[in-house]
Every structure is written in structure tokens, then in C-alpha cells.
Design a protein around this ligand. Structure first.
Ligand code: C2E
Ligand code: MG
Ligand code: MG
Length: 648
């Protein structure tokens, strides 16, 4: 059996109050020394009986020493205590009875026993001591063995000093152990208090922003509501969801996302009174509780302030980011009588603000309930539409303005619902983006567009570039490259026949990851365009960083540019800027000849719009193209424009 080290703790007491082998070792050494001194004195005085007893005691202590070294601390301590008690009792008997100096060792022994031995050992020792003293006195009084009180002597002094020294050593060691144990106990207590405080904090605070969390916010809301019920005042519950957080998080990394959330938390705190509550509900959602508001106007003021604060650019990782949010507001008592209904309605209003184009706030109104039901129906409907093949792709021709050639088409999804009829993409695409079904829709669109391109090429309609809209949500997944590559390879088409239309908001966060993905897609030969340009955060900086080739000016600027000088200015500026950056421009929403002519003057390369045609089903599109010009021999060279058509 392995020999336990001298530092092994003998019991499971963590505080060091248990007898340690090291301590017993020290005590035994001191005792052996003291008894050796006593033995020497006894021998010098020729007190043979005492000397014999001390000799036996030395052997017995050596045995205890041995036990202790083997790690049997309790046994060693018992042997030691028993030996000492017997020896001291013996000395008392042999020498001066109650007057003997050995008596003063008893309290020391009892202290030791009380601290480190079991109760039976302690009681046993006490009884043994009392019995021995009674025996000594009895023997003396009965005349059987008279105790002789001797005058003080140096030898006696040495005995007393030895006993005192050993006892003092004992007690001093114990006391210092005790002090250390107390100090450890105190430190433990402080640590425990700190961790309790931390647990308490974590249970009620958001660890990232230190704002109250969902639980505490709910508590506060119920408090505010009971105050409001008593005083008859109003409460505003504001639910905020950041608009671009996911893009920032996915593209700049979680560290940047966290930084953004902390900065937003600071701005929110700065927008409300100290008595109001700003809480993080999780993710990029915040809840703001305004107690005792006078009415909608006060809530509007705060919401406006929050929007203004958020609209100020933030610096995250050295990049300028705008963290706009959509805010929904529910008022107590008008929009709900309890926490649940107010939170639900504020949330609903927030979604309405998002649908309204984001970066906006909306008050709850009862009509919203029905739109949520509609939203739920839409989600279920999209699933069914995917499985039942209810979606179709229509193609809107795109023209080269200088020559009038059809150079390609934009694939636009169409959903003819069996009972609800035509549902415009503007209505169901945002829903699909929210519930993730856009990924399935996106794959279907890509596959269908590639297959259609192949069919047309086989029928002699080559040279067309088919533009496919790709939602930012699809880019958040890592398999967009694989999806594009698979669709193109499966159909065996030239990648340059496919153009991906990206939204401006996707590029805003400017991530290294995204630019690498776009560079790889471009490397495959796929074309890239920025859709609805001018509606996002038109930041010239990002355009240079991404491998895009074309900008599509949003139709809201193009449609009325001939009547609206402001929009004409914007269109002109976008065209000039794009040309400086060697990008081609596509104008969307060209509805009349005047607009076409103005765009031609401004040097815009391409256009699409109702002037020529809306999006058409595949067969009609093919007929449309063929009606204007039969397939030419050069067909199959994408991007050159295949078919000649008149300008109007
Ligand atoms: P978008 O990509 O900007 O598509 C152009 C929209 O403008 C289309 O609306 C088109 O029908 C419409 N348009 C074309 N010419 C004119 C015109 O001269 N005047 C006017 N007023 N409008 C014109 P649509 O088809 O309703 O699509 C709306 C949006 O839905 C699209 O805007 C696009 O963002 C999205 N979308 C459509 N199909 C898909 C798709 O397959 N995937 C994804 N992710 N989004 C899609
Ligand atoms: Mg588009
Ligand atoms: Mg567009």
C-alpha cells in the first residue's frame, strides 16, 4: 500500500480544522523531546519506577509516530493521548499526588482530545483522569501509597516548563490553525456572497448589455401597470427590433454584433427618462417601458427620439454602421389590460413597422390582429405552394437602350393562389424572408431560371442573360455558391447567362466574407448586379469592394424622372457615378418614351419596364422575343444581346 504523504488531509473538512499528519508529527516530536527530558531527570534522581514508565511512554509515542507516518492519524492520536494520560497519572501517583506538576498536563490533553478525537475518547480520557486522581488521593488518604510533597526543585521546574512548553506549543499550533480556518471561512463567505450577487444579477440582467432582461422587464411592467391602475395613468410599451443586425452579425462577426448591441443599448438609455425601463429581450430585440405617459404624443416623442438616436452612424470595428430599428408601440389601457396582451400587441405593431419598410414606428391598432392571421396563412400557403408547385417564373425583357436589343430578362416570381388569386411577391417574399422559406423559394427560382435558360438556348434563343433576384437571407447561409454552381452545372449552361441581383442592404455591412463569396461567384463567371439602387444606404465605398458589374436604378426614381427634377438629378448622379466606377446601369420602371429618351441622353446602358413589356410567362416571353427578331447566328454569346427590336 502506498504511503500517504504527510500533507494528506485526514478528514473531509475543507477548512483545515481536522488534525493533519503534519501537526501530529510536530506534536509527537515535541512530546518525545519532553518525555526524554523527564526520563533523564528521573534517571538522575534514581526514580526507577518513573524512569521505567517514561521509557514505556517513549516506546508508545514511537508507535504513535509510526502510525502517523502510515497515515493512521486517528489511531496515532488515540495512542498518544492514552499514553500521556497514563504517564501523567502514573507520575502523579508515584510523586506528589495532586501537588504533582504532571497534573497541569491534563487540561492540555483534554483540549487536544476535544478538538481532534471522538466524543467517547474525550469522555473516556476525562473519566480516566478523574479516576486516577481519585485513586491517587484515595491511596494517599488510606495510607496505601502516601504522596510526598517535595520542596521545589530545579528538576521539578524543568518538568513544569516542559509540560507548559509542550502544552503551549499544542495550543499555539491549534490556535493558528483555527485562525487560518476562520480566515478561509471568511474568504469563502465573501466569495459565496459575491457569487450569490452574481447569480442574482444574471437572473435579472442581460450579461452583454447589463440591461434588465426579459424576466426583470416583465416584473417592472407588472409594477408599472399596477401603479397605472391605481393612479389611472397611461403606460407605453415599445418593442424595438433592429433592422440590419443580422447582416452586421453575419458579415462582421459576432464580436462586432455584440459591440453594436451595447452601443444601441447606450443610445436607448440616453433616449428615455431614468425612471423608464430599457430591457434587452434577446437577440436584437429591446423593450422600452414608459410609465405615467400623458398620451400617444409622449410615446411618439420618445419613439422619434429613439429613431433619431439610432439613425446616427455608429462605429463598429472601425466601420460606420447605421443601426436603424422598427418599433411597435402598445398603450395601456387602450391596447391591452395586462402584460401579455401589451407585449403581444407591441410586437405585432413592430412587425407592421417592419413591413412598412423598416426604420419606422407604428402604434398598435386592432386591425393588425387580422393581418397577423393573414401572415400565418401566408406562411402555411407558401409551404403548400412549394410542395404543390404553385409558383411560376415570369420574365421581363431587358433592353440595350442604344440599340434596342433585348439583352436578357429579369426572372420574377408569380404566385397564383388557388383561392386567394394572385399574390404579389412584395407581399409574400418579406414573409418568406422572415420565416426562412425564402431559401427554398430561392433554390426553386434559381433552378427554374437555369432550366428555362437552357430550354431557350436549345430553341435558338441564346445570348440572353437571365437575372435572378437573390434575397440577403440566402446569402446568410453558406451554401449559396454551391447552389448556384449546382443549378448551372445541372443545366449545362454558360454561367455568364445568369446574373444575380443583390439588394443594396446586403452590401452595407461590408464584410470580408461577403466580398470573398461574391468574388468567387464572379470568378465562376456569374454576373452580379445591385438591385433597387438608391433605396438603401448608398455608400460609394462598398461598390468598389464588391465584384458587381451593374447597378439597377430603383424604379421609384425612374418612373417620374421626366416630371420630377429631383429624381432626374438622382438618376443622372447614379449613372455618372456608376460610369466612374466602370459599372453599367440598368433603369427599372421605364414606362414611357420620354423617360427612355432622357435615359439614352444620360448614357444609361440598359432598361426594363412597362414601356416594352411586363414580366411574361416563358412561352409568351419567347414569342415576344421571336416576334421582334428571329434567333441570329451569333446566339449563344451571353451578354452581347441576341435579338434586335425597335425602340418602342
Ligand atoms: P425588383 O427586383 O425590383 O423587380 C422589379 C419590379 O418592378 C417587379 O415587380 C416588376 O414587375 C416591376 N416593374 C417592372 N417594370 C415596371 C414598370 O415599368 N413600372 C412599374 N411600376 N413596375 C415595374 P414584382 O414582380 O412585383 O416584384 C417585386 C419585388 O419582389 C422585386 O423587385 C423583387 O425584389 C421581389 N422578387 C420578385 N421575384 C423574386 C424572386 O424570385 N426572388 C426574390 N428574392 N425576390 C423576388
Ligand atoms: Mg430585381
Ligand atoms: Mg429592382
Amino acid at each position: 500500500m502506498a504511503k500517504p504523504s504527510m500533507n494528506t488531509h485526514t478528514t473531509d473538512l475543507h477548512l483545515g480544522l481536522a488534525l493533519q499528519p503534519r501537526r501530529l508529527h510536530q506534536v509527537l516530536l515535541a512530546l518525545i523531546a519532553a518525555i526524554a527530558v523527564g526520563l533523564t531527570i528521573a534517571l538522575s534522581k534514581q526514580g526507577w519506577a518513573a524512569a521505567a514508565m517514561l521509557g514505556v511512554a517513549l516506546l508508545s509515542l514511537a508507535l504513535a509516530f509510526h502510525f502517523n507516518r502510515r497515515g493512521q492519524v486517528a489511531r496515532a492520536a488515540s495512542v498518544m493521548l492514552l499514553t500521556l494520560t497514563v504517564v501523567m497519572g502514573g507520575l502523579v501517583f508515584l510523586s506528589q499526588g495532586l501537588h504533582d506538576e504532571a497534573v497541569i498536563a491534563f487540561p492540555g490533553l483534554l483540549i487536544f482530545a476535544s478538538m481532534f478525537s471522538s466524543r467517547p475518547v474525550f469522555i473516556g480520557l476525562l473519566l480516566a483522569m478523574v479516576a486516577m486522581l481519585v485513586g491517587v488521593v484515595g491511596a494517599d488518604l488510606s495510607g496505601w501509597h502516601a504522596s510526598a510533597v517535595e520542596p521545589n526543585s530545579w528538576g521539578q521546574l524543568v518538568n513544569v516548563v516542559s509540560i507548559l512548553a509542550v502544552t503551549a506549543f499544542f495550543v499555539w499550533l491549534l490556535a493558528s490553525d483555527l485562525r487560518r480556518a476562520m480566515a478561509r471561512l471568511q474568504a469563502e463567505k465573501i466569495r459565496l456572497q459575491e457569487s450569490h450577487a452574481r447569480i442574482e444579477f444574471l437572473a435579472h440582467r442581460d450579461a452583454l448589455t447589463n440591461l434588465p432582461n426579459r424576466t426583470l422587464a416583465r416584473d417592472r411592467l407588472s409594477q408599472i401597470l399596477s401603479n397605472a391602475r391605481r393612479s389611472g395613468s397611461m403606460v407605453a410599451v415599445l418593442f424595438l427590433d433592429l433592422d440590419n443586425f443580422k447582416t452586421v452579425n453575419d458579415s462582421l462577426g459576432h464580436g462586432a454584433g455584440d459591440q453594436l448591441l451595447c452601443l444601441v443599448a447606450e443610445r436607448l438609455m440616453a433616449s428615455v427618462r431614468e425612471t423608464d425601463t430599457v430591457s434587452r429581450q434577446g437577440g436584437d430585440e429591446f423593450l422600452i417601458l414608459l410609465g405615467s405617459v400623458e398620451g400617444e404624443e409622449s410615446a411618439t416623442r420618445v419613439a422619434t427620439k429613439i429613431m433619431e438616436q439610432l439613425a446616427q452612424p455608429l462605429w463598429v470595428n472601425g466601420l460606420e454602421v447605421v443601426a436603424t430599428g422598427s418599433l411597435g408601440i402598445a398603450m395601456f389601457p387602450r391596447d391591452g389590460a395586462d402584460e401579455d396582451s401589451l407585449l403581444k400587441n407591441a410586437d405585432m405593431a413592430m412587425y407592421r413597422a417592419k413591413d412598412a419598410g423598416r426604420n419606422a414606428f407604428r402604434f398598435f391598432d386592432a386591425e393588425m390582429n387580422s393581418s397577423v392571421v393573414e401572415h400565418l396563412h401566408l406562411t402555411a400557403g407558401i409551404r403548400t405552394a412549394l410542395t404543390n408547385g404553385e409558383f411560376r417564373l415570369h420574365y421581363q425583357p431587358q433592353f440595350e437602350l442604344a440599340t434596342g436589343r433585348i439583352v436578357g430578362a429579369e426572372a420574377l416570381i408569380r404566385w397564383n393562389h388557388p383561392t386567394l388569386g394572385f399574390i404579389p411577391p412584395g407581399k409574400f417574399i418579406p414573409v418568406a424572408e422572415r420565416n426562412g422559406l425564402i431559401n427554398d423559394i430561392g433554390s426553386w427560382v434559381l433552378d427554374t431560371a437555369c432550366r428555362q435558360t437552357k430550354t431557350w438556348q436549345d430553341r435558338g434563343l441564346g445570348g440572353l442573360v437571365i437575372a435572378v433576384n437573390v434575397s440577403p437571407v440566402q446569402f446568410r447561409r453558406d451554401d449559396i455558391e454551391r447552389e448556384v454552381a449546382t443549378a448551372i452545372e445541372t443545366c449545362a449552361i454558360n454561367p455568364a447567362c445568369i446574373e444575380l441581383e443583390l439588394t443594396e442592404s446586403l452590401l452595407v455591412a461590408d464584410s470580408v466574407h461577403l466580398s470573398a463569396v461574391l468574388a468567387r461567384l464572379s470568378g465562376m463567371g456569374v454576373k452580379l448586379a445591385i438591385d433597387d439602387f438608391g433605396t438603401g444606404y448608398s455608400n460609394l465605398g462598398y461598390l468598389k469592394r464588391f465584384a458587381v458589374e451593374r447597378l439597377k436604378i430603383d424604379q421609384s426614381f425612374v418612373r417620374d424622372m421626366t416630371q420630377n427634377p429631383h429624381n432626374d438629378g438622382i438618376v443622372r448622379a447614379i449613372i455618372e457615378m456608376a460610369h466612374c466606377l466602370q459599372l453599367e446601369v440598368v433603369a427599372e420602371g421605364v414606362e414611357d418614351q420620354a423617360t427612355l429618351e432622357r435615359l439614352q441622353t444620360l448614357g444609361c446602358e440598359f432598361g426594363q419596364g412597362y414601356l416594352w413589356s411586363p414580366a411574361l410567362p416563358p412561352d409568351e416571353f419567347a414569342a415576344y422575343v421571336q416576334a421582334r427578331q428571329p434567333a441570329e447566328p451569333g446566339a449563344g454569346r451571353p451578354g452581347k444581346g441576341a435579338i434586335l427590336v425597335p425602340n418602342s
